[in-house]
Design a protein around this ligand. Structure first.
Ligand SMILES: Cc1cc2nc3c(=O)[nH]c(=O)nc-3n(C[C@H](O)[C@H](O)[C@H](O)COP(=O)(O)OP(=O)(O)OC[C@H]3O[C@@H](n4cnc5c(N)ncnc54)[C@H](O)[C@@H]3O)c2cc1C
Length: 222
């Protein structure tokens, strides 16, 4: 199967960096074809604008979704965006690897979504949710937190982590047709011992060996 791993962390030696490299290794060892978007190494520009396009639909008033629809019909995406859209179209499973920042994706990854999930190619024209463009594909978040697990439960300081992740699960993945797999969570890697972190990496690699056997989760409404 084809797997795309989209990853951002500003430090390659970080625990996220280790998870990213381990995931690629494990998926390839399981016989999958893997492509990556290592946004930090790519120096990916997360800010959207006219520079997303080679084409112009309206030169007077910039409305991104209309430009995206026009570009979808006229091969109008600049190569850095076209390449990322093609990776999404190619994959059977996409994994986002990132540290939870302010209860969400870091800006670089959020910006990747804002520039790459384009109207016309990725959604639109009635193709949403169960009729989404990427129906049949799977998506998974692999995240780390600063806080420990007990803070991320209903009634805890931070609340249920699955509720925090809902905007991505429902608003990005399911919106475009992906089925959502159970997110992979490592709570507070910096608080763990070296042995515990090694266990977490092994545990993730083990899970990835059979990732395509997993069923989609129900994304709750909370
Ligand atoms: C702007 C900002 C916003 C944030 N918002 C939130 C938030 O909303 N909620 C929250 O909970 N947290 C938040 N945090 C904290 C953040 O989520 C955590 O710091 C992050 O998830 C930890 O992951 P890391 O990859 O950065 O860990 P690191 O600190 O890079 O790694 C932890 C340890 O693992 C070690 N390591 C690396 N590779 C390996 C390996 N192969 N084997 C064993 N050990 C290894 C590293 O050397 C290090 O000692 C925020 C942080 C920032 C900067």
């Amino acid at each position: 199967m084809n797997v795309l791993v989209v990853y951002w962390h500003p430090e390659p030696k970080s625990f996220n960096g280790a998870m990213f490299r381990r995931s690629v290794e494990a998926l390839e060892a399981a016989g999958h074809d893997v492509k990556t978007s290592d946004l930090h190494s790519m120096n990916f520009d997360p800010v959207s604008g006219r520079h997303n396009f080679n084409t112009t639909n309206d030169g007077e008033f910039f409305k991104q979704q209309l430009e995206e629809m026009y570009a979808s019909e006229h091969h109008g995406f600049v190569p850095e965006i076209e390449a990322e859209i093609q990776k999404l179209e190619w994959c059977d499973l996409v994994i986002f690897q990132f540290p939870l920042w302010w209860f969400g994706m870091p800006a670089a990854l959020k910006g990747w979504v804002e520039r790459v999930f384009v109207m016309g190619r990725v959604y639109g024209g009635g193709r949403f949710y169960e009729h989404g463009v990427f129906k049949g594909k799977k998506a998974m978040l692999s995240i780390t937190t600063g806080g420990p697990e007990e803070l991320y439960v209903k009634g805890g300081w931070n609340g249920d982590l699955d509720a925090i992740l809902r905007p991505i699960h429902r608003g990005v993945f399911e919106f475009t047709g992906f089925s959502v797999l159970e997110p992979h969570k490592v709570f507070g890697p910096a608080r763990k011992t070296e042995q515990e972190r090694i266990y977490e990496l092994d545990n993730y690699a083990l899970r990835l060996q059979t990732i395509f056997e997993e069923s989609a989760i129900e994304v709750g409404e909370y």
